[in-house]
Design a protein around this ligand. Structure first.
Ligand code: SF4
Length: 384
């Protein structure tokens, strides 16, 4: 995606970060007195979701940088914390929820790094174990070539005994991470899918081979790794394709270095359907048989989801029997029928993941249960 317009919030126009980004992105620059100007401009065209991918708004995060992942009602959540570094994405997956989540979506990058650092220091001194990631409202690594925020974060998390950072990506922009003294406090994670799904649904992302190659390079440099098969997309023969991805993965990746693998299937809010049909007319993913889940999102029928997950879980278990496998947004019945236990039988999903992070990232396992969870909700919100 080519950035054609660079909108700059006057509050950050003199920041060195803004100067660095502006020097690297050759685009028309507009200092906007009011952020609504950006939104009005994006909304004025026929295809705001695409226009938002060609415009970058550099601004301050005026709210908290760290937020508890809202998860979704009625399904098991993992108690993750989102580090809110920016919004939207330069890649263009047909199923991307961000197309419908922001109104309108526009590439946004927060450059008040000092305030983010202060909030993270408060978090680090607050006791419990935190799993924190930047890949919820954007891809964690898309801005690395113009603003190496992820590299700064790796340094900031390095050596902490109660926090891990997860960088989640579909890129191969890991070059800047390779030489860092990360001390295994950063988990580099890739979303994986079948080659057909990547080709047909994940426009502008790195190929499967390139993602695995980048993961192998990070492994060589000592980074613990994570993988996310989410969203799994059903099509005839997909089970064999997912098993092939797993075989490819473990030809290069040591299962003992994998902190976790998540599984989730394609789901969508109904208003995303119109956007997918309009923006991705060659995609047929919304035309399967879906039911409305308890959280209002459309999902594959449960027996189909279970069949998909079983095929993937079996392929993973064959090659990596000890890897921590979990579901993103599934219920106890799915857990039981695919993995043979429910999270509550193992102390709850947050504890399962904390324990795996502690094992692989060298954190202090006593920090897991020693403190009450989630005081992040009481962190001071910086003044707007
Ligand atoms: S890589 Fe992730 S954030 Fe980017 S378009 Fe695809 S789903 Fe959305």
């Amino acid at each position: 995606m080519k950035i054609r317009k660079l909108y700059i919030d006057p509050q950050v126009k003199d920041y060195p970060e803004t100067a660095g980004i502006s020097a690297r992105i050759k685009a028309g620059q507009i200092v906007v007195a009011d952020p609504d100007e950006v939104l009005r401009d994006i909304r004025s065209g026929n295809n705001p979701e695409t226009a938002g991918k060609h415009s970058l708004f550099i601004t301050r995060n005026k709210g908290p940088f760290i937020r508890k992942c809202p998860g979704t009602s009625h399904y098991t959540c993992c108690d993750y914390h989102i580090l809110h570094i920016g919004a939207y994405c330069t890649m263009d997956c047909s199923y991307c929820i961000l197309q419908a989540y922001f109104h309108p979506p526009v590439l946004t990058l927060f450059v008040n790094f000092r305030e983010m650092t202060d909030q993270l220091e408060t978090l680090f001194s607050s006791g419990p174990m935190y799993r924190t990631g930047t890949g919820e409202f954007t891809d964690s690594l898309i801005w690395e070539p113009v603003y190496p925020l992820a590299s700064h974060l790796v340094n900031l998390f390095s050596g902490r005994d109660n926090a891990v950072l997860e960088l989640k990506t579909k890129t191969v922009a890991t070059q800047g991470l390779l030489g860092l003294d990360h001390r295994r406090n950063t988990i580099v994670s890739w979303s994986l899918n079948t080659e057909k799904a990547i080709r047909e649904q994940e426009r502008g992302t790195a190929s499967l081979d390139d993602r695995i190659h980048a993961a192998a390079e990070c492994q060589l440099r000592g980074y613990p790794l994570g993988f996310h098969f989410d969203p799994m997309i059903w099509y005839p023969g997909c089970e064999a394709d997912y098993a092939r991805v797993v075989r490819k993965l473990f030809r290069r990746i040591d299962p003992g270095n994998v902190v976790w693998i998540s599984m989730g299937s394609f789901r969508f809010m109904t208003h995303l359907q119109e956007i997918i049909e309009r923006r991705h007319p060659r995609s047929d993913i919304v035309y399967g048989e879906f039911i409305r889940g308890q959280d209002g999102k459309m999902r594959y029928f449960k027996p189909l989801r279970i069949r998909l997950y079983r095929a993937l879980a079996e392929a993973i278990r064959n090659l990596a029997p000890d890897v921590t496998l979990y579901f993103c947004m599934e219920d106890d019945e799915v857990w039981g029928k695919v993995l043979g236990y429910t999270p509550d039988q193992s102390g709850g999903l947050p504890s399962i993941l904390d324990a795996s992070a502690a094992r692989h990232c060298g954190l202090d396992p006593n920090r897991i249960l020693e403190f009450p969870r989630n005081p992040v909700d009481t962190l001071p919100v910086p003044p707007v």
